[in-house]
Design a protein around this ligand. Structure first.
Ligand code: C2E
Ligand code: MG
Ligand code: MG
Ligand code: MG
Length: 281
């Protein structure tokens, strides 16, 4: 019985792997095509200040739209692009496009642009040079470019990572820890990190109303971060109740579907125009 079960298990497992392998090869080939056709896009999601709900910046989020109109999630193709090395040209394109759009966005206010970094990009020897090159090319200001990194990127080679962060901050870039709370960094480690802000992962925000534990974690992170003089951003705010909760807990910035979804640049500028008219207190 055990043997039969084991064998069934094994067969199931191999079928699963080869299927996944097949689909990842297909995805990778498709991605190559997309790169050649320049078919990637950036969407932008506005970020709001908690106290007056004005837009203070946007986060650039990569989109790959297939020919049939459907979107492939970055959570799905970024790991593949990292494995294949395609992440390098993709990341340079993201940075250039985000800085280019960031310059134009200044017509709508003093807005920062947040960009997500990949571990591979961050750990490359020429990373800082290429960042400076992009700023020179586009004329965007380093102080308005916010770099988002996950805890795992910083844990990989933490001494080197800290040196890179320090160098970035000397160049005036500002740095955020993304998805905060889902990694393993200790509070003492956080204290040593030269970063400017924390983005509380949306899994904690999802249950702040009604979920006692998540409410405690979210308000704990917010008060700890404030004592460390870090700016705190709540990600994934989907309701007014959640917005009110994180605001009352002292969170500085908020982002989420309740306020605005990620959208193409052309829609973003319309949103900004409309929003500034209706939200003038
Ligand atoms: P992230 O940086 O944590 O981005 C936030 C994700 O949450 C985005 O998913 C956004 O669409 C989604 N989101 C925002 N507000 C809400 C909300 O209220 N509810 C819910 N359920 N979701 C919300 P997206 O765009 O699918 O991106 C997924 C992840 O892919 C990002 O997580 C980031 O880690 C990565 N990513 C996106 N763009 C890039 C990029 O240009 N480069 C790199 N290296 N990674 C990227
Ligand atoms: Mg992010
Ligand atoms: Mg996040
Ligand atoms: Mg994430």
């Amino acid at each position: 019985q055990a043997k039969r079960q084991g064998r069934n298990h094994y067969q199931f497992y191999t079928a699963d792997i080869s299927e996944r392998f097949h689909s990842s090869v297909t995805l990778r080939n498709e991605l190559q095509h997309v790169l050649e056709q320049n078919a990637l896009q950036l969407f932008y999601q506005p970020i709001f200040s908690a106290h007056d709900r004005k837009v203070v910046g946007v986060e650039a989020l990569l989109r790959w739209q297939r020919e049939d109109g459907s979107y492939v999630s970055p959570a799905e193709f970024i790991p593949l692009a990292e494995a294949s090395g395609q992440i390098i040209p993709i990341s340079s394109w993201v940075l250039q496009q985000a800085c280019h759009d960031g310059v134009a966005l200044q017509a709508y206010g003093d807005l920062a642009v947040s960009v997500n970094l990949s571990a591979i990009q961050f750990h490359r020897a020429n990373f800082i040079e290429s960042m400076k090159h992009t700023l020179n090319l586009t004329g965007f200001d380093a102080s308005k470019l916010h770099l988002e990194l996950t805890e795992s990127i910083l844990l990989e080679d933490s001494r080197q990572a800290i040196r890179t962060l320090e160098a970035l901050r000397r160049q005036n870039f500002s740095i955020a820890i993304d998805d905060f709370g889902t990694g393993f960094s200790s509070l003492s480690y956080l204290k040593q990190l030269p970063v400017d802000s924390l983005k509380i992962d949306r899994s904690f925000i999802a249950d702040v109303i009604g979920g006692e534990h998540d409410a405690a974690i979210a308000s704990g992170i917010i008060s700890m971060a404030k004592r460390l003089k870090l700016q705190v951003v709540a990600e994934g705010v989907e309701t007014e109740e959640q917005a009110a909760f994180v605001e009352a807990a002292g969170c500085h910035l908020m982002q989420g579907f309740y306020f605005a979804k990620p959208m193409p640049y052309s829609e973003l500028v319309l949103f900004l125009e409309r929003y500034s008219k209706t939200n003038q207190a």
